[in-house]
Design a protein around this ligand. Structure first.
Ligand SMILES: NC(=O)c1ccc[n+]([C@@H]2O[C@H](COP(=O)([O-])OP(=O)(O)OC[C@H]3O[C@@H](n4cnc5c(N)ncnc54)[C@H](O)[C@@H]3O)[C@@H](O)[C@H]2O)c1
Length: 354
């Protein structure tokens, strides 16, 4: 097998981002597309010159010789699309969040195990340049023992609109949509510890503010006053891990403050702030406190992060190398997300592992 042959399910926004990444990928190609929305399917087929198109995954699995499926559908359909493909003997790359809850996530992982196929979760922050450099600093001892992290993903006016705001389809708002990225990334840098407990607050104070006339920061492209909006717009959580490490999460779709995407890591020898694409190392040099900002201007990884993600997926299939974003991590993140919502609802700390 020279290139992994993929069927891409879900030809919307992120499906097309993935398709851009496949264009230059060395070891993987998309040979068929599937979407239940005929307009999205047609548009995407024409944009990318892929003429094998299907309006159901079942049809695609029946008619195409595929090695893998790339699942880019609404959150509520991740589990079914993934499990059907695994049971058909295919490997799966599934977008974040892995599922709508930990139970579904576990069923997906069980299907992968039963069929002896790879299930990778598309935790793309792990493949960004800053992410890879931060991991490299940690692995080489510059941070020491990490005991605390802050995971922040705040939008001032950033409810995406459409299905994202409909709880039945998305399973939640910024906690499951944005928080998932930074919880996963900080946990990854902390060495993938098992979660112990979660204490959270989940609020719906501002809604999607579709009435606003001004745009700031991240801009929703299809929000409208007529949208269903029944998800939270703000969430904070203290996440405690079994080894004593702690993460503080802050996330929002609507908030009277700045747009921020920042991941802070605190260890015994140093700390790091990864803010957008800036990476700063807080350390001591020869008895002085020092801030170090690596010069990344001319630093280029072999490719951009979505391409790195899909090429890693293909590498795992072709060479059997260890997957850095396996289903087990997706399940652990879903347990944390479930607990955040439960704690927000009950007002109590949720103990996951005693
Ligand atoms: N990694 C990231 O940074 C990132 C960014 C955006 C979205 N996402 C994730 O990607 C997924 C899709 O988000 P989006 O913004 O592309 O949404 P979207 O609405 O733009 O696209 C989703 C597409 O999936 C199709 N679809 C839904 N169920 C289907 C099914 N059973 N079979 C075939 N097609 C189906 C819809 O018709 C739609 O065209 C979500 O899980 C989202 O959380 C990830």
């Amino acid at each position: 097998m020279e290139k992994v042959r993929v069927g891409l399910v879900g030809c919307g926004n992120i499906g097309r981002v993935h398709l851009n990444a496949y264009k230059n990928a060395k070891n993987i190609e998309v040979v068929a597309l599937c979407d239940i929305d005929p307009a999205n399917l047609k548009k995407t087929s024409e944009m990318y010159g892929i003429d094998k198109v299907y309006s159901s995954e079942e049809e695609m699995l029946k008619n195409e010789q595929l090695d893998a499926i790339d699942v880019c559908v609404w959150n509520c359909n991740h589990a079914k699309c993934t499990i059907d493909a695994l049971n058909a003997g295919l490997h799966v790359l599934c977008e974040k969040p892995m599922a709508t809850n930990a139970k579904e996530a576990q069923e997906m992982a069980d299907a992968a195990k039963k069929n002896n196929k790879l299930l990778m979760i598309a935790f793309v922050m792990r493949f960004m340049d800053e992410g890879r450099i931060a991991k490299d600093f940690i692995d080489n001892g510059y941070i020491g023992d990490i005991y605390y992290s802050k995971a922040t993903y705040l939008r001032r006016h950033g409810a995406p609109g459409g299905w994202f705001n409909n709880k039945k389809m998305s399973a939640g708002g910024p906690v499951i949509d944005l928080g998932v990225h930074v919880i996963d990334f900080t946990r990854y840098l902390m060495g993938r510890p098992q979660v112990k407990s979660v204490f959270a607050s989940v609020e719906d104070k501002l809604g999607n503010r579709a009435h606003l006339k001004t745009d700031v920061g991240w801009k929703p492209d299809n929000a409208s006053d007529k949208d269903v909006y029944n998800v939270e717009d703000f969430g904070i959580a203290m996440i405690k891990y079994e080894n004593g490490q702690t993460t503080l999460l802050e996330t929002s779709y609507s908030l009277n403050g700045e747009d921020v995407i920042s991941k802070e890591i605190y260890g015994t020898k140093g700390g790091m702030n990864i803010n957008g694409t800036d990476l700063k190392l807080y350390t001591e040099i020869n008895g002085f406190l020092a801030d170090v900002s690596p010069k990344l201007d001319n630093y280029k990884q072999s490719c951009e992060h979505f391409q790195a993600e899909i090429e890693h997926f293909a590498d795992c299939i072709l060479t059997g190398c260890e997957c850095i974003a396996p289903a087990e991590d997706g399940i652990e993140i879903m347990k944390i997300l479930d607990a955040i919502y439960e704690s927000g609802r009950t007002g109590h700390e949720v103990i996951i592992n005693d």
